[in-house]
Design a protein around this ligand. Sequence first.
Ligand code: ATP
Ligand code: MG
Length: 367
Amino acid sequence: ATTASYVQTPNQRRHASKHRFFVVELSQALYDFVIQLLPTAEEMALKEDVRKLLERLIRTIEPDSRLLSFGSTANGFSLRNSDMDLCCLIDSDERLSASDLVTTLGDLLERETKFHVKPLPHARIPIVKLSLDPSPGLPSGIACDIGFENRLALENTRLLMCYAMIDPTRVRTLVLFLKVWSKRRKINSPYLGTLSSYGYVLLVIYFLIHVKNPPVLPNLQQMPPLRPISQEETHIGGYNTWFFDDIELLCQRWQSSNTESVAELLIDFFRYYSRDFSYNTGVASIRAGLLKKESKGWQNDLSNSKFNDARERNRFCIEDPFETDFNIARCVTKEGLYQIRGEFMRASRILAMRPRAIVALSQLCEE
Ligand code: ATP
Ligand code: MG
């Protein structure tokens, strides 16, 4: 009974070796594909210059302020020509309200710079939108949003960056590929009812922590701290933002026993979100795993018209890692979700045919 009870037939062996060839080739093609989409050193330097310039200008209004990058420019998931997300922190007690700051700063930038300026003082999060037209030295221009005191965004940027650092090759390749894919397939527009890049990144991390077994990533928010820490150190605006961030130490002590290649993970990612994720009742939480809409009060009650709005907001539920009462996917409409799921299925179908890797990538990302 101890001898091998499973012997492959020649046919099964051929099948397995064809599959191995497919995933090896596809993994390599995925690395090569994302590498050519990374921002150049010049682009990064130019963006840093823009940040410094804007910081200098803002300090003429609020001398004790700092302007920090968040989002993709700061978390290691940036693609060529991606927009800049900036957050202004003001270290003084007497300061203007966010909406007054937006108006004042908007006026100043309009006078002092060549940017097109659009202040949005009354948005849920007041921001100033800036853009520069394309020019020979800057073929795709620059788009930039400046917000104020958005400390939670700075922390979730740092959390995503830590996850990227734990397994740079697999995590960054998957995330960057999915960002390009979702943009080319037109399912990356929260304003049009689909999901933001941030939403897709959370789906990837959720999948790597909670779906894959063994997991590819540990859950940084559930690891015990190295020393006791107080409420003040861990909470921002009532939300617990603590997570284990000593990645160097973590990598000395922990290593994933999951050895799947990027291609295998991608194939499984598409399969999971086209077939297995429970869109109707489930909430994807990187902090706590799969939760129930019901337990968060996010259910979509079809029987009561009073809940129409709640239903529209909670078709697809992805919990923010820190702002746990906030559904990152609240902008996703019925049609948007249909489109997103359709794209997950289309991607699964393409990969199931095991075409040559270059063909697979160009079909997947066809515009
Ligand atoms: P891209 O390169 O496409 O701009 P990105 O990585 O910068 O991608 P964004 O979707 O622009 O991702 O998000 C940037 C930051 O804005 C996130 O780190 C998050 O703090 C915040 N954010 C984005 N989308 C949402 C959302 N739906 N709800 C709340 N915060 C969001
Ligand atoms: Mg961004």
